[in-house]
Design a protein around this ligand. Structure first.
Ligand code: ATP
Ligand code: MG
Ligand code: MG
Ligand code: MG
Length: 439
């Protein structure tokens, strides 16, 4: 993409409404625009990052054997009357009436709808196990939408639902989700710690939230510092291997890590004092096993091997796709701007032309731009007629991992400058080497 032809409405001033750094940087970098409280338009660069996060989620769900689909945003109220949640959910639910005076709602989550789909089409244990998911907009009429996309009212969520014959099988699905989530967050450059949590309105006895540690997080968390040494990395995992998935769950949940809702001061006190931590965290996902909570009242049953009809065991699993943009920026920025992890960056590399209009500088930039694209990379070429300082500040603000700076002085000895956004270090090298290094 050439910056002169892109739509990147960068703000010069700090927006007053932004209380936290990620919100400020997303507005300044022209990624989002608020339309009304908690409802945002995703401008091209914000949309690009959102799509990259979605892509990682899709790839990791596919690896775990979970099946993508898409359910609508509007749901009939009757489904929620069946589960009893139409009244329970309270004011967070946006209720709508259509022209025929039928009650609808903008889905805050999809347990009822997926259970309805299941009961309409699945009748035998032979069709199990089954895990379906979608990535779809949700609406929750949050009392205090704030911090930009972190607590929106309309927000994008990945939500998945597993159906199993037995509790054991459903707990394997739970463990599989835990593993796939660990992998997903790590690919986004994040450490998200699974913590024992509370079921809330979704319900359930088994539930973990994934938290990114950050001072601006809205959750209070308590943990054993040893947990932050754990990483999943690129170890091989067989998602059908029950014991292997269980072992990962045990490894990542055996040390104390809880949100304030389930915090147990006496247990916490047993951890050696130098390892006890209390901190703030951002909830970027949650997994639940809730057994037959929905399948029983809604009649989602299958015929088991013995011929008897039984309600299926279910769980649900959510990732806050749009919230993740904020969480990633909270975890990765400096005073100049965003520092995108490679896995989610909107463009791989920026090209800065120091002397736009100079024939040899322009043609060197064009050659680098073409070569990067030929290699399947996605460069952003700042080809505007702007001062070098403004171009550098803009690149630092939007936070691409690499910058290639091209000017007449370096080119005289066939050199460009390659700069790492994260370390700030620059190195001179030939254009060919620079292209090879960012790949
Ligand atoms: P919170 O405690 O922050 O209100 P939640 O526990 O109500 O979140 P879940 O029902 O667990 O949310 O939904 C799954 C994920 O969706 C959450 O882990 C979070 O990352 C994301 N999410 C929830 N509410 C919002 C929101 N208002 N804006 C953006 N993302 C959200
Ligand atoms: Mg909530
Ligand atoms: Mg929560
Ligand atoms: Mg939650």
């Amino acid at each position: 993409m050439r910056l002169s032809r892109y739509f990147l409405p960068v703000l010069k001033e700090d927006p007053k409404e932004a209380q936290i750094v990620s919100h400020r940087l997303m507005l300044r970098a022209g990624m989002i625009k608020q339309q009304t409280a908690g409802i945002y338009s995703w401008l091209p660069m914000g949309f690009k990052v959102l799509r990259r996060i979605e892509q990682i989620v899709h790839e990791e769900q596919a690896r775990a054997g979970h099946i993508p689909m898409l359910m609508p945003t509007l749901q009939p109220a009757d489904l929620w009357r069946e589960s009893g949640r139409y009244d329970d959910y309270g004011e967070e639910m946006l209720r709508v009436t259509d022209r025929h005076k039928r009650d609808l709602l903008y889905g805050p989550t999809n347990e009822e709808m997926i259970t309805d789909i299941f009961r309409a089409h699945v009748g035998s244990y032979k069709d199990l196990p089954l895990t379906l998911y979608h990535i779809q907009w949700k609406f929750r009429d949050e009392i205090r939408p704030r911090f930009g996309v972190m607590r929106g009212r309309e927000f994008l969520m990945k939500d998945g639902y597993n159906f199993n014959l037995t509790k054991e099988a459903a707990l394997h699905a739970y463990n599989r989700h835990l593993v796939s989530y660990l992998r997903s967050y790590e690919r986004m450059g994040l450490q998200a710690i699974p913590m024992r949590a509370d079921g809330g309105p979704i319900g359930g006895d088994y539930t973990h939230e994934f938290l990114v540690l950050a001072e601006t997080g809205e959750s209070e968390v308590f943990y054993d510092s040893q947990i932050t040494d754990l990483t999943f990395g690129d170890r091989a995992i067989d998602y059908d291997d029950v014991a292997q998935c269980q072992a990962v769950l045990e490894e990542f949940t055996s040390r104390y890590a809880r949100t304030d809702e389930t915090h147990d001061a006496a247990l916490f006190a047993q951890i050696p004092e130098d390892r006890r931590r209390s901190a703030r965290g951002i909830e970027v996902g949650q997994i639940f096993y809730f057994g037959t909570k929905y399948s029983e009242p809604m009649g989602a049953t299958v015929v088991g091997p013995d011929g008897a009809r039984v309600p299926v065991h279910m769980g649900s699993h959510g990732i806050g796709v749009s919230r993740l943009l904020g969480a990633i920026i909270e975890a990765s920025h400096d005073d100049k701007g965003i520092i995108w992890p490679e896995g989610v960056t909107p463009f791989h590399v920026g090209i800065v032309n120091l002397k736009q209009g100079d024939v040899s500088t322009d043609s060197a930039c064009e050659a680098i731009y073409a070569e990067l694209r030929a290699r399947g990379l996605d460069p952003l070429y700042d080809d505007r007629d702007e001062r070098a300082g403004a171009k550098f500040a803009g690149m630092d603000l939007i936070g691409l991992p690499w910058r290639i700076t091209v000017g007449p002085r370096g080119l005289a000895s066939n050199k460009v400058e390659l700069t790492s956004r994260r370390s700030g270090e620059s190195e001179e090298m030939s254009p060919q080497e620079a292209v090879a290094r960012v790949q």
